[in-house]
Every structure is written in structure tokens, then in C-alpha cells.
Design a protein around this ligand. Sequence first.
Ligand code: GTP
Ligand code: MG
Length: 222
Amino acid sequence: MALARHTPPGPEHKDAADQNFDYMFKVLIIGNSSVGKTSFLFRYADDSFTSAFVSTVGIDFKVKTIYCKDKRVKLQIWDTAGQERYRTITTAYYRGAMGFLLMYDITSEESFCAVQDWATQIKTYSWGNAEVALVGNKLDLEEERQVPTEDAQRLATELGFQFLEASAKDNVNVKQVFDKLVENICERMNESPNGDTSLPAKSKGANLQETPRSGSQGGCAC
Ligand code: GTP
Ligand code: MG
């Protein structure tokens, strides 16, 4: 785990060059194409939103430094392409990730049905000890909702994930999602014998399935 206390950077430095932090956490945003992953990251990191859809090619990242209790945490947030054709590239980045935002779109049942598959991808390609937050984005489109909150909450509980609905557009629960994820990563790290998230710690109920389950699970009709 990166632990640094270097000379504080000058005001001209941006977050990416900031070496003054206690921990560095790598977090990935995953989920189907068009659920709003890039929008969510831009809202969080830059407080901006655009309704234009420019599908992500491969992978990109932004850095944001926040506080968790008295610790300065540098978040390296990787925004992955949801399109299947980039899967080989994006899954290569799962290794070493301490947290995942697994996103679906509350107006797209298809994106929710894919959640179990994404959970399996985490299980397959990550180090197996990551905190995962299930995020139902586009909460501002309530009238077009296809995924009931209770179904998503049930699935999150089954999988041992935290859960929140949010809107990148209206800036609802965006900061809260990241704050909670970071808090959980910190907690997990403190549970680990030498404070290293890369070591297997108590599973805290994480229940990732090796193979996708069908039918009634989470109320998904796919
Ligand atoms: P890929 O890069 O292809 O994986 O897609 P993505 O998940 O990054 O989706 P992106 O953030 O590019 O958003 C897709 C579309 O949804 C864009 O037109 C966004 O403006 C829109 N969008 C994103 N978040 C919201 C939201 O909270 N509410 C609404 N109404 N639209 C949103
Ligand atoms: Mg994108």
C-alpha cells in the first residue's frame, strides 16, 4: 500500500501529481455501455455533466484526493469502456483494485441483468478482496424506471455489495457513493493483519458467484 509523506506540492500541481497522501486507492468503474460511468466520474472529479454520449474507448482515469477521517486518500479512479469489444483491455486493470463501482441504469433492465456477470468478472480478474458498490444511475429519470429499488437492494445484499441509487446529471449521491466506498476500504484495511488491502481479509459477507445465476435472482426477468 502506498504510504507517502513527501514535501507538500505547490499550488500549480494538480491531484495527479500530488504526492502528499497517506493512502492511494485504485478504484474501477464498471458496467454496461451507456449506464453513465464516464458521466459519474466527471461529475465527481470535475463537477461537470454533458448529455452528449461519447462512448469510452478502452480505459481512462482521473485522480481525486479526499479525506477519510484524518487520512489523506489519493483516489485513482479508472473509467472503463462498457462495450464488450474492450473487455480484454479493461479486465487487465482489475488486478490490485481495492474498490469497484458496479453501475447499471435504473431505466435499463438489460443493464441490471448484466450485474451478476460483472460481479463474476470482478471475482475472476480482481485480487478477490475488493469493496464493491452497486450503483443505480439516472435516478432523475424516475418516470422511465425499469428496475425497482427493492430488486437492486436485494441483489446487492446477496452479493455483499453496498448499494445506492444516484444521478450523475442531478448530482444526487455521487459524492456519497465514493465516500462510502472509501470508508469501507479503510475499514477493511484496518481489519487486515498489517493494514494491507491486497491481503485476504474477512470477507464481510462478500458472496460473488462463480457463474451467473438465472431467473428470479434480484428480480431480474432476463
Ligand atoms: P461507455 O463509455 O460506452 O461504457 O458508457 P458510459 O457508461 O461511460 O456512459 P456515459 O457516461 O457516456 O453516459 C451515457 C449517456 O447517458 C450520456 O448521454 C449521458 O449524458 C447520459 N447520462 C449519464 N448519467 C446520467 C444521469 O444521471 N441522468 C441522465 N438523465 N442521463 C445520464
Ligand atoms: Mg464511458
